[in-house]
Design a protein around this ligand. Structure first.
Ligand code: NAD
Ligand code: 022
Ligand code: ZN
Ligand code: ZN
Length: 370
């Protein structure tokens, strides 16, 4: 079939909206009509050429929601008409990783996904002249229609609005999941969140959900304060306005250090501050931010010897097919909020404006509606 898509032709160039060829679903695959897609950082990271593993040409986008159109041979868990959210972290429920409760990093389709291909090693997308186009993070939601492995789709309730729940495909689940699934934060805890963007705000609402007593937000941009307060931030710190070292200031503010800190900036200096602002003896720091390629973190080992832990999380530690439908329910039940974070809605033709807004720090989340 033919579908309209925003294609990343090469690094550093804007996306080009065009008609492309899409082959139907093969064994274990599903054809999905994408109804809405969020524009997230890593799409920009890849398009800019900063990602050394970025592949071209490709159809980017990893945060979406849509409807099953057709299922390939052997697909049992989905049928046409089902509402789904694509997963850049699959859940096969049978690999060594899925069987280990300590991780959400299913490896079933990991290598082909990283190469921009479907599990059989080929692409379903091509230019009208036949040039193959690669998939991206197993999702390629910047296309009106896309093909994914069955294990890379979460089936969700049908009354949930696509233009909001698409954000659960990355930002919402990553932020809330980092609190609930990775940190397993307890009622009454104190926490610090570094970076109050599309991920940090969701960490904050995850902490509120978990019953945290103190939620300190740290950001260089005071324009983020109002929204963060709305989602549960109790204290705000602008590092540019703190005299002297930030660590003792934060330790003092949290009465000895935080039980949990979260980096949602991707800045390695911030990651060090986040670790060192943890409480001696038990504080845990969770890295969510993806740092530039080749970047390294450092601290004195004594920080760990004295009982602080450094951890990281992908997709908030969520197991997509199991946990994403629950997060959609939480949204529909009013336990979590999404709408105020979707600051812009665009047509596919204007997708490059969404990248500009993100670049300028003007949007929390821009969503493309098909
Ligand atoms: P964003 O740009 O919307 O927000 C980042 C915020 O950090 C901004 O408000 C900015 O002002 C603030 N900031 C930047 N430098 C700072 C500093 N030195 N001190 C304090 N605040 C600072 O980005 P986002 O969409 O929220 O994403 C945050 C990070 O999370 C990115 O690195 C992204 O790649 C990563 N991410 C990781 C996962 C995962 O699974 N691990 C998933 C999604 C996103
Ligand atoms: C999503 N991310 C950033 C902004 N939006 C993001 C980027 C990378 C990861 C998670 C979220 C990530 C963390 C750990 C891994 N990835 C590796 C997982 C593994 O090896 O099993 C990651 C993922 C997918 C891809 C690359 C890196 C890919 O499909 N190309 C989950
Ligand atoms: Zn993302
Ligand atoms: Zn698996």
């Amino acid at each position: 079939m033919r579908t309209k898509a925003a294609v990343a032709i090469e690094a550093g160039k804007p996306l080009e909206v065009m008609d492309v060829n899409l082959e139907g679903p093969k064994e274990g695959e599903v054809l999905v009509e994408i109804k809405a897609t969020g524009i997230c950082h890593t799409d920009e990271f890849t398009l800019s050429g900063a990602d050394p593993e970025g592949l071209f040409p490709a159809i980017l986008g990893h945060e979406g929601a849509g409807v099953v159109v057709e299922v390939g041979p052997g697909v049992k868990s989905l049928k046409p008409g089902d509402h789904v959210i694509p997963l850049y972290t699959a859940e096969c429920r049978e690999c060594e990783y899925c069987l280990n409760p300590k991780t959400n990093l299913c490896q079933k389709v990991r290598s082909t996904q990283g190469a921009g291909l479907m599990p059989d090693g080929t692409s379903r997308f091509s230019m009208l002249d036949g040039t193959p186009i690669l998939h991206y993070m197993g999702c390629s939601t910047f296309s009106n229609y896309t093909v994914l492995p069955e294990i890379s789709l979460a089936k969700v309730r049908e009354d949930a609005p696509f233009d909001k729940i698409c954000y659960i495909g990355c930002g919402v689940t990553t932020g809330i999941g980092a609190v609930i699934y990775t940190a397993k934060a307890e009622i009454g805890c104190r926490a610090i969140v570094f970076g109050l963007g599309g991920i940090g705000l969701n960490v904050i609402q995850g902490l509120r959900l978990a019953g945290a007593d103190q939620i300190v937000g740290v950001d260089l941009n005071p324009g983020k304060v109002e929204m963060a307060k709305r989602f549960g931030m109790t204290d705000f710190v602008n590092p540019a306005e703190v005299e002297g070292d930030l660590v003792p200031y934060l330790v003092d503010l949290t009465k000895g250090g935080a039980d949990y800190t979260f980096d949602a900036t991707g800045n390695v200096n911030v990651m060090r501050t986040a670790l060192e602002a943890c409480h001696k003896g038990w504080g845990e720091s969770i890295i969510i931010g993806v740092a530039p390629a080749g970047a390294e973190i450092s601290t004195r080992p004594f920080q760990l010897v004295t009982g602080r832990s450094w951890r990281g999380t992908a997709f908030g530690g969520a197991r997509g097919r199991t946990d994403v439908p629950k997060i959609v329910d939480w949204y529909m039940e009013g336990k979590i909020e999404i709408d105020p974070m979707i600051t812009h809605t665009l047509a596919l033709e204007d997708i490059n404006k969404g990248f500009d807004l993100m670049h300028a720090g003007e949007s929390i989340r821009a969503v493309v509606q098909y």
